[in-house]
Each structure stands twice: as C-alpha cells, then as structure tokens.
Write a protein that binds this ligand. Structure first.
Ligand code: AMP
Length: 279
C-alpha cells in the first residue's frame, strides 16, 4: 500500500495511476474496525483502485475533549489496510488539510437542523468541508459511507447532488458486534460495565419493529426513551422517528414510504449513535 501525507504527492500519484481506471474512496477518521474494513472490501469489489483516508477532522468536533480523546491507532490501521489490499492511504496532518482558516458555509436546510445537527452545532459543516476537500483531492468515481452515520450519509448525498459532483455515493450496512452493538471507534472507551449494557441501544431500536401500526411514532419514541432511561448510566440525547429521506418527524406510520429511527446516547462519557431503517 502506498501512503501519502501531502495533497500534491497523492494527486500526482493518482494522476498517473488513474488512466481510465475506476477509483473507489473510503474516508475515515481511523481507529479502524470491521465496519470500516467492510467499506474497503466493498470498494475493492467495485473498483480498480481503492483509496482510504485517515484524518481526524478537528472542525467537525464541537467539543475539544471529544477531539482530544478520539482514539488514534495509525500504525495498527496501516497493518489492517495492508492486509485487505487497500491500494492507497491518504493520511494528511491538520496543517496540510487546513493551511488557512476555513470559511466555507454549507446550507443543508432541515437535514442539518435536527438530531446530530441540533446537538452538535457546526458538525455537519465541518464534515461537508472535509469530505468536499477530500473528493477534490482524490476525484473518486465512487465513495463509500456507512449507514451507521445515517444523517451524515444524507448530508453527503445532498452535497453531491446539489453541487452536481460527478461521482456516486455508495451506502453500506452497519456492522455490529455479536450482541448487536454497532461497531464504533468510540466503543473502546466504554468501561466493562458500560460495554455490557450498550447492546440495549440496538435491542430497543430493533423492538420498534413490533410497535409499527400498534402505537403512534411519537408514542414509540417515548417508549424507547423510557426503556433506555432505565439504565442510570444512559442519557438519551435524542430519539427520533423520521422520514428516511427528509428526516422530518412523522405523525403516523403511513406518512412516508420509508421511516428510520435514530438515536444518540451518552453512556458514561462516551457518546454513541445508532439507527434502524424500520421500513
Ligand atoms: P468514521 O471513521 O467513524 O468517521 O467512519 C468512517 C466511515 O465508516 C463512515 O462512512 C461511517 O459511517 C463508517 N462506519 C463507521 N462505523 C461503521 C459500522 N459499524 N458499520 C459500517 N460502517 C461504519
């Protein structure tokens, strides 16, 4: 695997390599787990060249402490990427990505006003800035994103369509531990006890399937919040049942053709997000 830290070096390398070949791109913040690896696998199946990036993007963190504590395991990550035949790794420093202050402002309308957007001001602008910059550098044909970060996926799809970028966004299923907990780089920060109760998040999300058409979406949200709040260590930041495309809240189950439930939970000092597409 070729590793690059500067924009100019990866650009010139890809320029030569490209030559009619398709490029699949997997942007990450590192501390790689099987979820990330599944994206690289998929990119490998569908493209001639696979590029992965590892960059802990400071401007998408709205809390300094969260940025400081974000796990960084670049050496282990390189070994994992090498093993699964990733062709190119782009791992720039902050100064390389942001030599000057960033002023770009995106407007994603309602998509950025709810859930993660509401609770993490500036988060999605930071995500959009870095992803657009990475797209400009790599110029991929396809880019791979996990459904684990459902709202992020919707924001990126919106960015690509509104800027008419000539590329395809591929959404990939959430990989879970055997007990249902969504894989996340943040899971390593959970204490043993927190880790033992964390699977309740997906259990509750999954149980919502039985509530469809039995109670209203608002009642289902309240039911879910009540289940999760039974654990004193869990603080539900939001639990929202919304239209899968517009992320608008729904009054009844037939309001939208597809409905998703999304949640963010503070478990001890760790913030976890998860979701389920109900139909
Ligand atoms: P991150 O490094 O957390 O920014 O994630 C990089 C990419 O991996 C994003 O597109 C995430 O949605 C995706 N991802 C993170 N966790 C998982 C998972 N458990 N299953 C599938 N994809 C994931």
């Amino acid at each position: 695997m070729k590793i690059f830290k500067t924009i100019s070096s990866i650009r010139s390398y890809l320029q030569e390599l490209r030559n009619g070949k398709s490029i699949g791109f997997v942007p990450t913040m590192g501390a790689l787990h099987q979820g990330h690896i599944s994206l690289v696998h998929r990119a490998n199946l569908e493209n001639d060249i696979v590029v992965c990036s590892i960059f802990v993007n400071p401007i998408q963190f709205n809390k300094k402490e969260d940025l400081a504590k974000y796990p960084r395991t670049i050496e282990k990550d390189i070994i994992k990427l090498d093993e699964i035949e990733c062709d190119v790794l782009f791992a720039p420093d902050v100064d390389e990505m942001y030599p000057e202050p960033v002023f770009d402002k995106y407007d994603f309308g309602h998509l950025e006003k709810v859930m993660e957007g509401q609770h993490r001001p500036g988060h999605f602008n930071g995500v959009a800035v870095v992803v657009k910059k990475l797209f400009d550098v790599i110029e991929p044909h396809k880019a791979y994103f996990g459904l684990k970060d459902y709202q992020q996926l919707k924001i990126i799809e919106k960015m690509v369509s509104s800027l008419s970028l000539d590329m395809q966004i591929v959404s990939c299923p959430t990989l879970r531990e055997k007990d249902g907990l969504a894989m996340s780089s943040r899971n390593v920060r959970l204490s043993k006890y927190e880790r033992s109760i964390a699977p309740a998040i997906f259990r509750v999300l999954n149980s919502l399937k039985e509530k469809i058409n039995q109670i209203t979406p608002a009642e289902a949200e309240n039911w879910a919040i009540k289940q999760l709040n039974k654990f004193v260590e869990m603080k539900v930041e939001y639990f929202s049942i919304v239209g899968a495309d517009d992320l608008l809240s729904v009054k009844s189950w037939d309001d939208r053709p597809h409905i998703v439930a999304c949640t963010a939970i503070n478990l001890g000092k760790v913030r976890l997000i998860d979701n389920i597409i109900l139909f």
